[in-house]
Design a protein around this ligand. Structure first.
Ligand code: SF4
Length: 389
C-alpha cells in the first residue's frame, strides 16, 4: 500500500479548504522545490474561491513623516541621522500640500510611514516636534493624520513600534494601521544579523503591538520580509504567529509578503536578493496557512518581472500604488504603470480595481470611529459608483 507523504496530506487538506494544524504547516516545508507549481495552484484556487476574479490596489500618497530613526536595520536606505544629507521631517504645510495634490490625482490613502521613535535618540528632534505642537513622534503622526483627513484622504499609519496608548490615540484618525512583523525569529537580532542594532525589531514586542491592535479593534496590516537571513521554518512560524493573533481578535485585514532587495551602500548591499522561488513559495504557504479569506499582498514594484507568477501564487492585492510619490523605502523601485498592471491582470483573467486602505469587512461602527467611518463610507460609495460606470 502506498503511504502518502505528510506534505501531500497537508496540501490536500488546504486545497479542500480545511484549517491546517501547525504540524501540517511545517510538513509543507518538506514539499520539494519541483512541487512549487502544486503549492501555487492550491493557493490560487483558494484565492479565487474567496476573492473572485478581482485583484485590488490602494491609490495612495506616501507621506514619509520623518526619516529619522533610532534603529539601524542593515538593509535600510530610508533612515537618516540628524544633519545627514536627505534628512527630512515633513512640515504640517508639506503634509497638507502633498495630501491635497494626492487627492486631486485620485488617491484615497494617506500612508504615514516613518522611522522608529527618533525623539528617544535625537534631542533636537524633540524640539522640532514641540515647534509643531507635538510632544512625541506618535503625537505628530496624530497631527499629520488630522491634516490628511481634512484634505479628504483616509490615513493608514505605519509608525513603527507603538504603545497601546499611542495606538488608542491614533485609532480615531486611522481607518487601519500597520506594522510588519518581518519575522518571528529572535535569531535575526543576533550579532551580525540584520536587526542587531534595531531594538524595535524585537519580534516579541512587535507581536505584542499586533495583539494590542486587536484588543483595540484596529484593522491591522502586517507581513513578512522574505530573504533577510531567515529560513522556511521561521517563515512558517511567523505566519502561524500572525494567524494566532488573528484568530484571537479577527483584526488582521491583510498580510504583505515582501521580498528583500539588496541596496548598494548598506551593510547588506552585496547580499543576494530574495529568490523568486522562495517568494512564491512563501505567498502560497501564507495563503494555505492563513486561509482563503485573508487578503494577501505582494508589492508589484519589488518584483517587476514576476507579476504573472505572483498572481498565480495566490495574491489578491497589490498594496499601495502612488501616482504622486515614490516608494521612499525602496526608492530604486518605481511603481508599475497602472495600465500595464491592468493588462497583466486581465491577461490572467482578473479585473484590477482600486480599494480603500481598509477592507469592507472593517467598515463598521465596531471597527471605526466617527467621523472617519462616514468619510470612508462616502469614498467607498463613490468608488462603487465609478466602477459601475
Ligand atoms: S527599516 Fe525602519 S526601523 Fe529599520 S532602520 Fe529603516 S526606518 Fe528604521
Amino acid at each position: 500500500m502506498r503511504v502518502s507523504h505528510p506534505a501531500d496530506i497537508a496540501l490536500g487538506k488546504a486545497a479542500a479548504g480545511h484549517r491546517l494544524s501547525a504540524e501540517d504547516a511545517y510538513a509543507l516545508s518538506t514539499l520539494p522545490a519541483c512541487k512549487l507549481d502544486h503549492l501555487c495552484a492550491a493557493s490560487a484556487q483558494l484565492r479565487t474561491q474567496a476573492h473572485g476574479r478581482t485583484l485590488t490596489y490602494s491609490p495612495k500618497v506616501f507621506l514619509p513623516v520623518t526619516n529619522l530613526c533610532r534603529d539601524r536595520c542593515t538593509y535600510c536606505t530610508f533612515r537618516r541621522d540628524p544633519n545627514d544629507a536627505g534628512e527630512w521631517t515633513m512640515s504640517p504645510e508639506e503634509i497638507s500640500e502633498w495630501s491635497r495634490r494626492g487627492r486631486s490625482l485620485g488617491c484615497i490613502e494617506a500612508l504615514m510611514c516613518l522611522g522608529d521613535r527618533p525623539e528617544v535618540a535625537f534631542r533636537g528632534f524633540k524640539e522640532l516636534l514641540e515647534s509643531y505642537g507635538a510632544d512625541s513622534t506618535a503625537d505628530y503622526v496624530r497631527i499629520a493624520c488630522e491634516i490628511s483627513l481634512a484634505e479628504g484622504l483616509l490615513p493608514h499609519s505605519n509608525a513603527g513600534l507603538l504603545s497601546q496608548d499611542e495606538m488608542a490615540m491614533l485609532r480615531p484618525l486611522n481607518v487601519s494601521m500597520g506594522l510588519m512583523l518581518e519575522n518571528i525569529s529572535p535569531r535575526l537580532r543576533d550579532k551580525g544579523m540584520p536587526h542587531q542594532y534595531a531594538p524595535d525589531k524585537d519580534p516579541a514586542r512587535r507581536m505584542q503591538m499586533i495583539d494590542d491592535a486587536g484588543e483595540l479593534r484596529i484593522p491591522f496590516t502586517t507581513g513578512l520580509l522574505v530573504g533577510i537571513g531567515e529560513n522556511e521554518a521561521e517563515r512558517i512560524a511567523s505566519l502561524l504567529a500572525i494567524r494566532r493573533s488573528h484568530e484571537r481578535h479577527g483584526h488582521i485585514q491583510e498580510v504583505i509578503i515582501q521580498n528583500f532587495r539588496a541596496k548598494p551602500g548598506t551593510p547588506m548591499g552585496s547580499d543576494p536578493d530574495a529568490e523568486e522561488a522562495v517568494m512564491l513559495r512563501t505567498i502560497a504557504l501564507a495563503r494555505l496557512i492563513l486561509g482563503a479569506e485573508m487578503n494577501l499582498q505582494a508589492p508589484p514594484n519589488l518584483s517587476p518581472n514576476a507579476h504573472v507568477r505572483l498572481i498565480r501564487a495566490g495574491i489578491n492585492d497589490w498594496g499601495g500604488i502612488s501616482p504622486l510619490t515614490s516608494d521612499y523605502v525602496n526608492p530604486e523601485a518605481p511603481w508599475p504603470h497602472l495600465d500595464a498592471l491592468r493588462r497583466t491582470c486581465e491577461d490572467e483573467g482578473f479585473t484590477l480595481a482600486p480599494r480603500l486602505p481598509v477592507y469592507d469587512a472593517y467598515l463598521t461602527e465596531s471597527w471605526q470611529d466617527e467621523p472617519v467611518l462616514s468619510v470612508a463610507r462616502t469614498i467607498r460609495d463613490h468608488l462603487d459608483g465609478a466602477m459601475a460606470v
